[in-house]
Design a protein. Structure first.
Length: 236
């Protein structure tokens, strides 16, 4: 292993991230969807031409991939590993200043309560699900995190289709340090399968404008039954 070469590569990636507008774009793309340059320009508060220049650097740095559909160009995070890197770097920063408006405060509260991190659950909800899996012995964290036999049975009860896990090099079970909670939530193939299943079951609903999600009445009942998680009634 050549530490000097690896050090230069690491410094190059760090330099690409270390610009406020590019970092803001990367945080926005944690929602897992494909964005246009115009959308990212508005998100970062820069001109479209400036956003395009930033995107060229993000693509060249291997952090973002470009996809074309007809005449339209979209970009998204290159893979789940990039998403985990951005989330973990964000978790090491000082908390942002409180939002100035009531709407901003409510948005921040929703994001902290439950949100998506690329393709898995994050925020307080993600951490609580991870805690439940750990305390019940559904995942073994003594070495490399892995799903136990009890965990496989629990996933079956929750409707999480383990047999449909993609055959990739992606870890099946991964712990990701949560940006706002500063504790672990579940990532990897298991985290993605849980979020996908919860959505298909109608247990969580997404927000059209942010990464925030909310637990539905059906979700409250199911999570109370299967993971002993309780929630305040909606609107309190």
């Amino acid at each position: 292993m050549d530490d000097r070469a690896n050090g230069r590569a690491l410094a190059n990636v760090a330099a690409v991230i270390a610009e406020p507008s590019r970092a803001t774009m990367l945080l926005g793309m944690l929602d897992g969807r494909a964005w246009t340059a115009t959308e990212l320009a508005a998100h970062a508060g820069v001109a479209r031409s400036t956003a395009t220049e930033h995107l060229h650097q993000l693509v060249a740095g291997g952090l973002v991939e470009e996809r074309r559909q007809g005449r339209h160009r979209y970009v998204r995070l290159a893979d789940p590993q990039v998403a985990a890197l951005i989330e973990q770097l964000a978790s090491a920063t000082s908390p942002a200043a409180p939002a100035a408006s009531l709407r901003g405060v409510e948005r921040d509260q929703r994001l902290r309560a439950a949100r998506t991190c690329y393709d898995h659950l994050a925020g307080a909800l993600g951490v609580r699900v991870c805690d439940a899996f750990t305390s019940r012995g559904y995942i073994d964290v003594t070495a490399s995190p892995s799903l136990t036999a009890e965990g496989e049975a629990a996933c079956s009860r929750l409707g999480v289709p383990l047999g449909a896990w993609p055959r990739t090099r992606r870890p099946r079970v991964l712990l990701c340090l949560d940006w706002t909670e500063r504790r672990d939530h579940l990532a990897g193939a298991l985290g993605a399968a849980i979020l996908r299943s919860f959505g298909e079951n109608g247990w969580v609903r997404g927000d059209r404008t942010t990464r925030a999600i909310r637990v539905t009445d059906a979700g409250r009942a199911a999570l109370a039954e299967h993971l002993d998680l309780s929630f305040e009634p909606e609107g309190r």
